[in-house]
Design a protein around this ligand. Structure first.
Ligand SMILES: C[S@@+](CC[C@H](N)C(=O)[O-])C[C@H]1O[C@@H](n2cnc3c(N)ncnc32)[C@H](O)[C@@H]1O
Length: 287
């Protein structure tokens, strides 16, 4: 079988996929350890028996719904590839908006930022790679997610990130041993960023597409998807410097309620940004 035949066979079998040719190319490029450009440039190349079998195995898994990112073990985000596994959310393109906003809003040197619920490390690593003189604290409640994020930091050779385990802002206070120390060493941040779980547990999208294979604790929050957003807006104030910002990703129908949550917690200059689809996706407030 040649590259061209393998791709057209896969395309005809991936009828459920929104992007059958792209899926087929990503899987075959992974098996051959080549770029997609190679496949397009050399369509007449013969596959070995082993390559053909490996490709068919991945194709069968894709047909039953496994995400491409899980099958090839990575997903492109910002300007690099991140390792991903079923333990982390597959980074989404709309999350790059958080990185863009931070880079546009903050241009001083030596800032201290936190990324709460870092998952694969996507947001923290993108910011750390763009601003090597900033220090980023990346946290998660999932130890499995933190180990993927640490591996990604190592792969990208980024050392300006510190990983901490714990629930939301509690992870930012984890290092101090007693109340006295806590008061003395209160570490304050120039920005806190988070893309927390924000989907309601009854949302029908949870039984469709890639999300069926992603960790529920990365996707779903109580109180119609608002519980974690509430907890972060309420608690992050004490970890922010005066004038520092809190930046949150949320569901496209949650803009209004997130603006209210920010207002109730005393934030100023509250603003919501739309994603590329024109949907309210990210809200910001200043302490
Ligand atoms: C929507 S995912 C975002 C992952 C990553 N930041 C991204 O944008 O791709 C939410 C993350 O929050 C983490 N999480 C869930 N509950 C948490 C909690 N109570 N404290 C800290 N992290 C939590 C999940 O493990 C998951 O990694």
């Amino acid at each position: 079988m040649k590259i061209q035949q393998a791709l057209s066979h896969a395309k005809s079998r991936l009828i459920q996929s929104e992007s059958p040719l792209l899926d087929a190319e990503l899987l075959l490029a992974h098996v051959l350890v080549k770029s997609r450009e190679f496949l397009i440039t050399w369509p007449e190349t013969d596959l070995t028996e082993t390559e053909q079998q490996a490709f068919i195995n991945l194709l069968e898994q894709r047909i039953i719904g496994h995400p491409i990112a899980h099958l090839i073990g990575s997903r492109a985000f910002w300007n690099f590839n991140l390792e991903v596994s079923p333990d982390v959310l597959i980074p989404r393109p709309e999350t790059e908006l958080l990185v863009e906003i931070i880079l546009e809003r903050l241009d001083e040197n030596n800032l201290l930022l936190a990324d709460l619920g870092t998952g694969s490390g996507a947001i923290a690593l993108a910011i750390a790679s763009e601003r090597e003189n900033w220090q980023i604290v990346a946290t998660d409640l999932s130890e499995a997610a933190l180990s993927i994020a640490k591996q990604n930091a190592k792969n990208l050779k980024l050392s300006n990130i510190e990983f901490r385990h714990g629930s939301w802002t509690e992870a930012l206070e984890g290092k101090k041993s007693n109340e006295q120390n806590k008061k003395q060493n209160n570490e304050l941040f120039d920005a806190i960023i988070s893309n927390p779980p924000y989907i309601d547990k009854t949302d029908k999208h949870l039984s469709q597409g890639d999300v069926r294979f992603e960790p529920m604790q990365a996707l779903v929050a109580e109180e119609k998807g608002l519980a974690d957003l509430k907890q972060i807006t309420t608690n992050a104030q004490k970890n922010l410097k005066p004038g520092a910002i809190l930046l949150l990703e949320h569901g496209y129908q949650q803009g209004e309620v997130v603006r209210q949550l920010l207002e109730q917690s005393g934030y100023k200059e509250i603003q919501t940004y739309n994603d590329l689809a024109g949907l309210e996706r990210v809200s910001i407030g200043r302490k």
